[in-house]
Design a protein around this ligand. Structure first.
Ligand code: NDP
Length: 344
């Protein structure tokens, strides 16, 4: 959670961590329903070792809620506008709450029509994307999503930030195995990772970003202080970031990353953006043996020498956390307990 987290690890159960986080959100202008959804999401990131979006994010959530930039009490508006098209106005609330509210409708729509397209606007996404897609793969569906954010990424060759770190994620079922889940920023590095480097005073690799004058730098502080990140993969990655911006902001009717303006909301950190999610039942109408075909594809990847499958690291961490508890620095745990209002 902070740079001073150098004490011995404590171990907590998922439920214990979730309950602490729920109290923290409720203490900070969040409804109990939304607090539960956010706490589940944040605790799951910590449990899976997705540390850039676990408890490290708690101060950012709290500051955004306290500043009034985001509404933790709001209820999203979910409307099915066509056989497969669902639009959500998150009403300046969290994207996870919006998605949870639409979940039964999404599943019904996929069962009815084979596909659901969910366009969410007026939402804040401050977490990893895998929790948004993995549950659909566990239900046998393919899910793909894109989210835009705060302008902190320069287009290829540019000197000024236009894109957010614009992550994309997808998940598919694999016969007799964990689902295949890919979740990545379209910037060279996720912003949370740059912040972790800055906290540790560690340089980032060459090519990660630019300083406020647009010059290349490996100093994470310079990237965070008015500089920006590069997209991955040169102009090709830059075009993927462009696609995310179009899908998540323009298709949804949400804000572009460069339209975020925190004026009057001191301390706010959550990007106000949009999210597009597509969920497909690949076996709809006729079996394609989809999960078995993906299993075959995964075997080929491993046989070809790929280090590991995407998502595998998290599933390994999850299993270990289930057995031994979630490791958390003792001083971080103490801070969480204080924020939760527990007597120490
Ligand atoms: P990483 O580069 O760490 O990982 C990207 C993907 O590649 C993951 O699915 C990961 O699987 C997989 N992977 C990593 N190493 C290997 C390997 N050697 N072989 C095969 N697969 C591999 O992610 P990023 O740093 O780009 O993003 C981190 C997080 O930040 C994401 O969860 C993203 O959603 C989030 N984010 C959120 C934003 C927001 O606005 N809400 C903005 C930007 C990013 P595994 O998970 O198993 O390691």
């Amino acid at each position: 959670m902070t740079e001073t987290s150098n004490s011995q690890d404590a171990r907590v159960s998922f439920q214990e961590l979730k309950s602490l986080l729920t109290s923290i959100f409720v203490n900070n202008r969040t409804s109990s329903e939304t607090a539960d959804i956010l706490a589940e999401n944040c605790a799951a990131c910590e449990r899976d070792g997705a540390l850039s979006h676990g408890i490290f994010r708690v101060p950012g959530y709290v500051d955004s809620l306290r500043s009034g930039w985001i509404n933790g009490l709001t209820v999203p508006d979910v409307v099915r506008l066509g056989p497969s098209f669902i639009r959500i106005d998150a009403r300046n609330g969290f994207a996870q709450r919006a998605l949870a509210s639409a979940n039964p409708l999404i599943r019904r729509t996929v069962r009815d029509t084979g596909i659901a397209i969910i366009a969410t606007r007026n939402s804040h996404h401050f977490s990893a994307l895998w929790p948004d897609v993995e549950p659909f793969a566990l239900a046998g569906f393919l899910a793909i999503t894109a989210v835009n954010g705060l302008a902190n990424v320069v287009p290829c060759g540019g000197r000024k930030a236009v894109y957010g770190t614009n992550p994309i994620a997808f998940a598919v079922p694999v016969h007799d195995a964990d689902p295949l889940v890919v979740d990545q920023a379209t910037s060279v590095m996720a912003n949370g990772e740059v912040r972790l480097h800055a906290l540790a005073d560690k340089p980032v690799p060459d090519g990660t970003g630019v300083d406020r004058a647009g010059n290349p730098t490996t100093d994470p502080h310079a990237i965070l202080a008015g500089g920006a990140l590069n997209t991955f993969g040169g102009y090709k990655g830059s075009s993927i970031a462009l696609l995310v911006e179009i899908l998540a902001a323009a298709v949804t009717g949400g804000q572009f990353s460069f339209e975020n303006d925190f004026t009057g909301f001191a301390g706010a950190q959550t990007p106000k953006a949009g999210q597009l999610l597509v969920v497909i039942d690949p076996d709809w109408g006729r079996s394609t043996n989809f999960a078995s075909r993906i299993a075959l594809l995964c075997t080929q990847l491993v046989d070809a020498g790929q280090d590991r499958l995407p998502g595998e690291r998290r599933f390994t961490n999850r299993a270990a956390a289930g057995q031994f508890g979630i490791p958390i620095a003792a001083d971080d745990l103490q801070r969480l307990r204080m924020l939760a209002g527990e007597d120490l």
